[in-house]
Design a protein around this ligand. Structure first.
Ligand code: ATP
Length: 311
């Protein structure tokens, strides 16, 4: 049996440059992603037959072929037909439909775990290739840490770790946002601003502000880092979800050095320079917004992606 830890991610930067020029229907993005220590646990047990079975502690998660953990196992089984089946148990701690890549990180964990369980001997490059086939966020989830992600999110460049930075997450339990809806709505409203040609897209990438953030990360310059966060999807999600906009504002009032929506939302993250300050911010927000529907977590930046759980 293998037990893996699968971290969630936040986006410190999410710029929508335009449509992918390969006609795939995806968006061309510039993202800076950060793995955080809010993690799911994924257990893999061998089966004597060829079936793939998924169980999950959260009843909102589909356990059939729609589950990304299932899809990851099926993908490897297709490529390695001699492999047996697997029993997958997901202990869900990452909220679902939250913009934290919960499904993608489960898919990444199954790739890593099955490589070991089925003794496939995959290289890092082969694992990344399977991850890319599963979804745009899966390659990052595999690798974790801090990274620049281009294209649909699959072209990754590792960045220096953001040590000592505390991340407070807030999510209303009853709210969830479907990622495809957020991107489609953005396209409906902002297609006129899209860069249309390779050179226009390159210009948009250079002028989008990511270089300032990358430099701030290199130099561990927190004020500049805080000032250069960006998430274009806020433009469509915040006006429709006033509670999310209010939570973001509340984090800033509580003393966060920065606050922004995670990916397509509705989770909001706040940054603090230490765990102590992270807890203080969480308590202040809890007092200001005493809504039992609001879940809050304090976590850290995670310097890794999928890892085996150590006993
Ligand atoms: P994204 O990676 O698109 O930002 P998200 O973090 O917003 O996703 P997820 O928690 O991954 O959201 O869930 C999105 C949908 O994916 C869910 O509604 C669920 O039906 C489906 N899903 C498939 N597999 C999983 C999984 N292992 N865990 C959670 N959701 C899953």
């Amino acid at each position: 049996m293998y037990r893996l830890l699968a971290p969630a991610k936040i986006n410190l930067f999410l710029q929508i440059v335009g449509n992918c020029l390969d006609g795939s229907g995806y968006h061309e993005l510039v993202m800076v992603m950060q793995a955080v220590s809010l993690m799911d646990r994924v257990e893999l047990m061998p089966r004597r037959d060829r079936q793939i079975k998924v169980r999950c502690t959260n009843p909102a998660v589909p356990c059939d072929q729609r589950n990304l953990a299932y899809k990851a196992a099926a993908l490897l089984q297709r490529h390695f037909p001699a492999c047996q089946g697997v029993e997958i148990f997901i202990e869900k701690r990452i909220p679902v439909g939250a913009g934290l890549a919960g499904g993608s990180t489960n898919g990444a964990a199954v790739l890593v775990g099955l490589d070991l369980l089925w003794q496939l001997g995959l290289t890092q490059q082969e694992l990344q290739h399977f991850a890319e086939e599963l979804g745009a966020d899966v390659p990052f989830c595999l690798q974790g840490g801090t990274a620049l992600a281009l294209g649909r999110g699959e072209q990754l460049t590792p960045l220096p770790d953001l040590q000592d930075l505390s991340v407070v997450l807030g999510k209303y339990r009853s709210l969830s946002v479907a990622t495809p809806w957020a991107y489609q709505t953005y396209r409906q409203e902002f297609a006129a601003t899209y860069a249309q040609t390779p050179s226009e897209q390159e210009k948009a990438r250079q002028e989008g502000g990511s270089a300032t953030l990358l430099q701030a990360i290199q130099q561990h310059d927190l004020p500049t880092l805080a000032a250069s966060l960006r998430n274009d999807l806020e433009k469509v999600v915040l006006p429709r979800y006033p509670l999310v906009a209010q939570l973001r504002e509340q984090f800033l009032q509580a003393g966060a050095i920065a606050s922004m929506m995670c990916g397509s939302g509705p989770t909001v993250f706040a940054l603090a320079p230490s765990a102590d300050e992270g807890y203080t911010i969480m308590q202040r927000v809890r007092r200001a917004l005493p809504d039992p529907d609001l879940d809050l977590w304090v976590c850290e930046c995670c310097p890794h992606g999928i890892q085996l759980e150590t006993p």
